[in-house]
Design a protein around this ligand. Structure first.
Ligand SMILES: Cc1ncc(COP(=O)(O)O)c(C=O)c1O
Length: 282
């Protein structure tokens, strides 16, 4: 039976170019990136090249990229790493569990959380975010693209609200990265999460953008990896894979692949809507 995979929001297959880039880091280039000898320096250089590629994809500096184990860790680190008991957080009711359950946990430890609703189209109203601001609001966390509906949230408008109120803004861009262009400065966010396996890199690797000067309390204690923001020996093959996937995604945007994909998506939607009794939720 011919099977057609239409679930790239759940995960994507690793591209052959990504797999080829990763392969040497499983065997001949096996060094620990923290070692000062040749083997270590070889893998350190590969990690830093990958950091440059991810930074280019997000429009940030390489030093602002923290490699993680994926989207869940990035979201947890961004939200729990910034807030303390007594702080107020604004998020939406349609975030991924990696955000929602982190917020629920923080409520139990003394944070206040406001969950702004979405309208019939699944959109957050930036005015609701503005109205939810309090004197002790520390962080706004609103996703860039929703994992169920694909709806893109007005993150740049929310970024402006955060900047005016002088509070941090985190965006979960796990479902956006690789599919649409991301520029952290245009969004105006201080933190942004991506996950490798949604953009043709392997599962179990991701990155968190952390704007320079943002003080994050780490979640893991140990070595001084990732400038003491994420302890633990780096997943070098995964990071190399994420770097390659970021490079390929960026090249795709330059060719206009995202526009072709959007046109194909719209075409599919139009054709499906021709079938009797089909409709769009909302
Ligand atoms: C919007 C969103 N955030 C976070 C995650 C978690 O990412 P990961 O699977 O890399 O932990 C997902 C995964 O589906 C997601 O869709």
């Amino acid at each position: 039976m011919l099977r057609l995979y239409l679930d790239n929001n759940a995960t994507t297959p690793v591209l052959p170019e990504v797999f080829d880039a990763m392969r040497p880091y499983f065997d001949e280039r096996f060094g620990n990136a923290s070692s000062i000898h040749h083997h270590g320096q070889e893998t350190r250089a590969a990690v830093e090249r990958a950091r440059d590629s991810v930074a280019s994809l997000l429009g940030c500096r390489a030093a602002e990229v923290v490699f993680t184990s994926g989207g869940t860790e990035g979201d947890n680190l961004a939200i729990a790493g910034l807030t303390s008991p007594g702080d107020h957080i604004i998020t939406s009711s349609i975030e991924h569990h990696a955000v929602l359950l982190t917020c629920k946990h923080l409520e139990e430890t003394g944070c206040d959380v406001s969950y702004v609703p979405v309208d019939g189209r699944g959109l957050v109203d930036p005015d609701d975010v503005r109205r939810a601001l309090r004197p002790n609001t520390k962080l706004i966390s609103i996703m860039m693209a929703n994992n169920e509906t694909g709806v893109l949230q007005p993150v740049a408008e929310i970024g402006k609200i955060a900047a005016e109120a002088d509070i941090y803004f985190h965006s979960d861009a796990v479902q956006a990265a690789g599919k649409i262009a991301i520029d952290v400065n245009q969004i105006g966010c201080d933190l942004l999460t991506i996950s490798g396996h949604k953009l043709h890199a392997p599962q179990g690797v991701g990155a968190l953008y952390v704007r320079k000067g943002t003080q994050l309390e780490p979640m893991l204690y140990g070595g001084s990896h990732e400038r003491s923001r994420r302890a633990g020996t780096e997943n070098v093959p995964g990071i190399v894979g994420l770097g390659k996937a970021a490079e390929l995604a960026r090249a795709g945007f330059e060719r206009g692949d995202d526009l072709k994909m959007a046109a194909a998506r719209d075409h599919l939607e139009r054709e499906l809507l021709e079938i009797e009794a089909t409709g769009i939720n909302g």
